[in-house]
Design a protein around this ligand. Sequence first.
Ligand SMILES: Nc1nc(=O)c2c([nH]1)NC[C@@H]1CN(c3ccc(C(=O)N[C@@H](CCC(=O)O)C(=O)O)cc3)C=[N+]21
Length: 292
Amino acid sequence: MTARVLDGKQLAQTMRVEIAAAVAARTAAGKRPPGLAVVLIGDNKASAAYVRNKQKGCAEVGMGSWLHHLPVHTSESHLLALLDTLNTDPAVHGILVQLPLPPQIREDAVIHAVGPRKDVDAFHPENVGLLAAGFPRFVPCTPHGVVHLLRRNDVPLAGREVVVVGRSNIVGKPLALLMMQKATTANPAGCDATVTVAHTRTPDLAAVCRRADVLVAAVGRAGLITPDMVKSGAAVVDVGTNPGAAGKLVGDVDPAVAGVAGALSPVPGGVGPMTITMLLANTLRAAELLDG
Ligand SMILES: Nc1nc(=O)c2c([nH]1)NC[C@@H]1CN(c3ccc(C(=O)N[C@@H](CCC(=O)O)C(=O)O)cc3)C=[N+]21
């Protein structure tokens, strides 16, 4: 068997066309174009590349975007002052502070300082709480991208065994919530799946993974998921973004898994482009919530 490719690049493009149409309709009605402010601190090469992709995405769908690129030694108070300004700027609907941050800046302080109505990452505790309770204001970008990628490729989720490997606040934990939640009008990203969350302290990870109809790897360890860990015909979603040889991006899934899986979302070209499209969707939603 060789797995069907879950093509995130193509689906991201299709969904950007839908978002662009909604943006155009707003502008035609005399509303402000949705605008995203991105804050990047320091010169991490991977971060700079992701930020460029985000700005390119905004331009593609007719949204405004501003990049605030601050030096690596920026103080926490300086960053918090900038966030205050962005929180009150009516042209800015979404704010994203690119992670990771340099050591003199506390991640927690920054997450609390982004106004929850402009928090398009959905990292603020108010938005985390709304998601956990089943009525999200913003659905976090990467988990939402995974759900759309599976849904729009007709991978069944309701009642199925989903194993999420990884328990981060950015991917594993919110994805497990969406997967276990009931699909409702307030929460259309709910999947009604049967969910197991595995992590570094899970004994016999391979045995847990082999139960999965849908296996999601979000750990950050290149090649962690090998063919022996995958049930024949399962759908496998690779969320890993590890630095590979020659500046190439590599996932958490060994490419040989394609010989066992029924469907596989690759790195690059899978979840990454979907993440950015969901960020654009959240920026549009922020504009709708703030401006009507
Ligand atoms: N506040 C914040 N929000 C984030 O959403 C956030 C963050 N910080 N810090 C870093 C991670 C990582 N992340 C990616 C987004 C897009 C791709 C992406 O577009 N990848 C492409 C190509 C990348 C390439 O080849 O260089 C792909 O997989 O095909 C990857 C990774 C967002 N993150």
